[in-house]
Write a protein that binds this ligand. Sequence first.
Ligand code: HEM
Ligand SMILES: [Ca+2]
Length: 311
Amino acid sequence: DGVLSPYYYLESCPLAEEIVRHTVEGALYQDPRIAAGLLRLHFHDCFVLGCDASVLLDDADGIVSEKNAVPNKNSLRGFEVIDFIKALLEEACPLTVSCADILAIAARDAVHLRGGPTWDVYLGRKDSLKAASISTTNQMIPAPNSSLEMLISNFKDHGLDIVDLVSLSGSHTIGRSRCVSFKDRIYGLPLNEEYDERRSIFFHILRSICPESGGDDKVVPLDSRTSRRFDNLYYINLLRGEGLLHSDNALASEEDAEESVLSLVWAYAEDQELFFQHYTESIIKMGNINVLTGIEGEVRHNCRFVNSYYH
Ligand code: HEM
Ligand SMILES: [Ca+2]
């Protein structure tokens, strides 16, 4: 019901954003891919019950962790970084900065530190008192084999439109995917006339990394050109048929052909500034999904457990 504000912690925890930024920066020195992990955590939080840090809860009395759902298990990364940030913030300003806000700030910093845009994060989210069920979590997060129609309808269910879908999919400009998430695609069809020459080289490379059986947890960059830089090459890949996931390619495939979607892909491929501008607007919008404010929820002491767990 309440409204978020960039100045929410101005008086109660003036160093909050600095502490997050500093910690994310340190974590990236040790493991650059953590940027992708942190960005994805914010997404998987917001798409399940809203941006309320439900994704961070561990199994406990009355709580079945969302971490065990199909899209999350053996896949989400960065929990330790969030724990570390939270511990520092509990020193600086106890029970003040919510885990849901930490996720939103860390996602912003991760994008910026990889060369992407930056923006003011709207703050004041509270943390949930519960997690979603495994089946709800499976359902709310779009699957990598989704068709364009399914992606559009999934995003619509979260109050997000086609611009949000295409710009936020650009998050796949960084990070990696396990073979298991796209294997159907590279072994579904024989490598012959079905694909043009360039594409078949791309598929050969993927097949050489991901064997037909086994190797499910091996990883491949989502952006085959610049997987450590937050740039617009993701969209250039899509136009060449070299998106990694089925859901990436669905944005630019001839079969699905949704003109408004394809023209956005072209626009972002041609104009990185436009991509950054839309991305910023869309991720702020995503960060507003079903937020708890005011007396709703709580500020957790430990992001992995609701506060009543300690009583
Ligand atoms: C449009 C629908 C989307 C689908 C179907 C999708 C699916 C996936 C899948 C399957 C992976 C690989 C996971 C694995 O194999 O372990 C992945 C990785 C990733 N996704 Fe998405 N995603 C979508 C949208 C988004 C959005 C909106 C964001 C952020 C706002 C995002 C951020 C990321 C990042 C950063 C990674 C790399 C994670 C890492 O390297 O650890 N994705 N996504
Ligand atoms: Ca959530």
